[in-house]
Design a binder for this molecule. Structure first.
Ligand code: GLU
Length: 438
């Protein structure tokens, strides 16, 4: 059953405060929260509620045993949204593309109304500071949890970003759920070619209706960075738990490292590009970034979707590799142990994968440091089997990159060359000591 029909049947409206009893592995679990507008899930068979702690969760309709309204939503006030605010002369144009996640919605607790925080007026009311930095044009592309992002969403975002930049925007901000923001940042880093302007991904760990929200400051810093001289794809999020500064991370080197802290995003094996202080001052932490320039960006969106990311663990069966080969996968990124290992008894399956034309790439589940497969016999055996060692690339970045590379060639020699070529700062030439746990 679809969420809309379900809600109609049960007399539930968006903004109602509800109690849900859900069946979870044979046990009954209770949730209370405010019903949010449905996210664009592929099946539409989920109801989204904002819990008292501020998190949004989706609950599958078929698992709901009881749902009851504890408090009806108060009548929505009439809100007239202007399409755009008057542009201010002399300010650069920045488009904010909304894709969903916590940053994209807020609740007015006085009225119980749920707003997508994505009209110009809503943003102006919530974060007026951004309109002092740029003429901001918000555009809602879609409204999904980032765990529901698919490669087709990356492609759509890439084309929208390119259209905005090529029609005169000074920079673009993409508001995104935080969980898979690193993947989208990597995908945009590879797909947006000849980038001459900044592209910033931004999200929020706490929604904007909560006093501890990071949404406003992240957005201000993101818009500020979108008007900077850095022509790269970056993620801008809180740099520490307070409200002192945000960090701009290179899109291929960034990872969500905490489930809930406001400073969850860290650069791995690299230092961030800049600190954006709450007063708007941008302090560059390095000078080796791509500079703003002229010329149009273009989208190289060829992706091979039959790629898998496999984590190695003690006791893993080589059947997992066989499964992907038998299913016609073209690439497998392994998140190996330590310097880039798998159990010895997995090597024949990996060898077979390579012989059948599957590109097998090695990264490390240590995340920090780089793979070195020449130290131990296992590593050397894996190299001999044809595994491509991915230097200090993040496993998620290597996964996205392999999709992109295989979209261009499936010749294993060329795949190797492209995987080891640095396209968007995804490989650092050597591991610097000051890039660990910063
Ligand atoms: N898990 C959801 C997402 O990543 C909501 C949390 C968030 O926006 O950070 O889209």
């Amino acid at each position: 059953m679809k969420a809309e029909e379900f809600m109609r049947e049960k007399g539930i409206s968006i903004g109602d405060y509800v109690r849900i009893i859900k069946e979870e592995e044979g046990e009954e679990v209770e949730y209370r929260g405010i019903v949010m507008p449905p996210y664009e899930l592929s099946e539409g068979d989920t109801i989204v509620i904002k819990l008292d702690n501020g998190y949004n969760i989706g609950i599958a309709l078929k698992k709901i045993k009881i749902i009851e309204v504890l408090e009806k939503a108060k009548a929505k006030p009439e809100v007239h949204f202007k399409a755009e605010l008057e542009p201010k002369e002399g300010l650069p144009n920045v488009t904010i593309l909304g894709t969903g996640g916590t940053i994209a919605s807020r609740i007015d607790y006085e009225t119980g109304a749920v707003y997508p925080a994505f009209t110009a007026e809503e943003l102006a009311k919530a974060v007026p500071e951004i309109f002092e930095i740029a003429n901001v044009k918000p555009k809602l592309l879609f409204n999904i949890f980032s765990e529901d992002m698919k490669p087709k969403h990356w492609v759509k975002i890439a084309h929208e970003v390119a259209n905005s930049l090529n029609s005169g925007d000074y920079g673009v901000v993409v508001a995104h759920g935080t969980d898979t923001m690193g993947y989208t940042a990597a995908a945009l880093s590879f797909m947006l070619r000849d980038l001459t302007k900044p592209v910033i991904l931004v999200g929020a760990q706490r929604s904007s209706d909560r006093p501890s929200s990071d949404a406003a400051m992240n957005l201000i810093c993101a818009v500020k960075m979108a008007t900077s001289e850095v022509a790269e794809v970056m993620v801008v999020m809180h740099g520490e738990t307070g409200d002192t500064y945000c960090l701009a991370h290179r899109g291929t080197k960034v990872r969500k490292m905490h489930t809930s802290r406001r400073d969850a995003f860290r650069s791995i094996n690299d230092i961030p590009i800049a600190k954006i202080w709450s007063n708007g001052r941008v302090e560059f932490l390095r000078q080796d970034y791509r500079r703003r320039g002229d010329g149009e960006v273009w989208v190289d969106d060829k992706l091979e979707e039959k790629v898998a990311l496999v984590k190695i663990y003690p006791g893993i069966s080589s059947e997992i590799i066989d499964f992907f080969v038998d299913k016609g996968y073209k690439g497998i990124v392994i998140e190996g142990t330590g310097l880039g290992h798998t159990p010895n008894d997995m090597i024949p399956a990996i060898k077979r994968a390579v012989e059948e034309g599957v590109a097998v790439c090695m990264t490390s589940q240590c995340l920090y440091g780089r793979v070195n497969m020449n130290v131990y016999a296992t590593g050397r055996r894996l190299l001999k089997a044809g595994v491509i060692p991915c230097e200090d690339m993040l496993p998620e970045t290597a996964y996205v990159k392999l999709m992109w590379v295989l979209g261009h060639t499936q010749d294993l020699k060329e795949v190797r060359e492209m995987m080891l070529k640095n396209y968007a700062g995804e490989i650092t030439p050597y591991t610097k000591p000051n890039t660990y746990l910063i």
